[in-house]
Design a protein around this ligand. Structure first.
Ligand code: ADP
Ligand code: MG
Length: 264
């Protein structure tokens, strides 16, 4: 074992022998993964291969469906999130999720950004308006949106923001909670090429501060925006490694076929 890389990049998310069924349909098979801390890891693979299912398992949003059965374990920062003592609220604080379509709440930009923080903070701690404003400004600066919205913080987020700006806002509202892990499920798929480039650039700037698992069906995006890449096929991990190496010289024939566009 290489101790230097272990200490530089401890594991943010570890899946051990994860199997998942929707009713009698098995969607994930023996998933073993180690997602490194502070890195951007992309997940690619044809539609239906289980990318969203893996993300939803890390946030435990699959279990709302009564017919989902999971075997195996997922650890976030070393803790098994399926252990009986884990509270969902605590998990949601550590793991933030961004969806395909931006979904700002129908409240002001300011209130969107501070919403999660208000829910998750200890009700006993008093926090001043000025401290809240600082958190909001810092989050909006991190997503490169501050200059655009600083004069309209109290107008509704759902009005007057482009899809790109709305998606940046949806990323901003996760940050005041200080999650360890950000899960992004095709976060650019509703955006035009300019919006895609802007949100990709933003994701790249978050590298190092957050551990990001980014699902994309856009291989150019995986190549540009991730350091490691996982290729999934029919519910199984085929290959996981450094993104550059995977695209230049994939180890598996299935990966090569996919990268060359031989499946959908
Ligand atoms: N809620 C669900 N109920 C039943 N089957 C589902 C559900 N969600 C996904 N599936 C099935 O699980 C498989 C993986 O889906 P998904 O994780 O959404 O794939 P991807 O995100 O890679 O396109 C697909 O065959 C899909 O039809
Ligand atoms: Mg999906």
């Amino acid at each position: 074992m290489n101790h230097s890389t272990t200490t530089e990049n401890p594991i943010a998310i570890r899946a051990r022998q994860l199997n998942l069924w929707y009713g009698s349909f098995q969607a994930l098979y023996d998933i073993n993964l180690e997602i490194k801390q502070g890195m951007i890891t992309s997940m690619i693979g044809p539609s239906g291969c289980g990318k969203s299912t893996i993300l939803r398992s890390v946030d435990r949003i699959n279990e709302r469906l009564g017919y989902v059965r999971i075997e195996g374990a997922i650890e976030v920062l070393g803790q098994n999130i399926y252990a009986p003592e884990v509270e969902l609220a605590q998990l949601r604080k550590q793991v933030g999720m961004v969806f395909q379509r931006p979904n700002p709440l129908p409240i002001s930009i300011f209130d969107n950004v501070i919403f999660g923080h208000r829910i998750h903070r200890d009700p006993a701690t008093k926090i001043s308006k000025a401290a809240e404003s600082e958190l909001v400004e810092s989050a909006l600066r991190q997503v490169l949106l501050w200059d655009k919205v600083k004069d309209k913080l109290h107008s509704k987020a759902s009005v007057g923001l482009s899809l790109e700006e709305q998606q940046k806002l949806c990323i901003a509202r996760l940050l005041p909670v200080k999650p360890a892990v950000l899960l992004m499920d095709e976060p650019c798929s509703a955006l035009d090429p300019k919006g895609t480039a802007a949100v990709e650039e933003l994701i790249w700037t978050l590298r190092g501060q957050y551990s990001i698992l980014l699902v994309t069906h856009n291989m150019a995006q995986a190549r540009r925006a991730s350091e490691e890449c996982i290729f999934l096929l029919m519910g199984r991990v085929v290959e996981h490694g450094a993104t550059d190496a995977m695209f230049l010289a994939p180890r598996c024939q299935e990966t090569a076929n996919y990268i060359e566009g031989r499946y959908g």
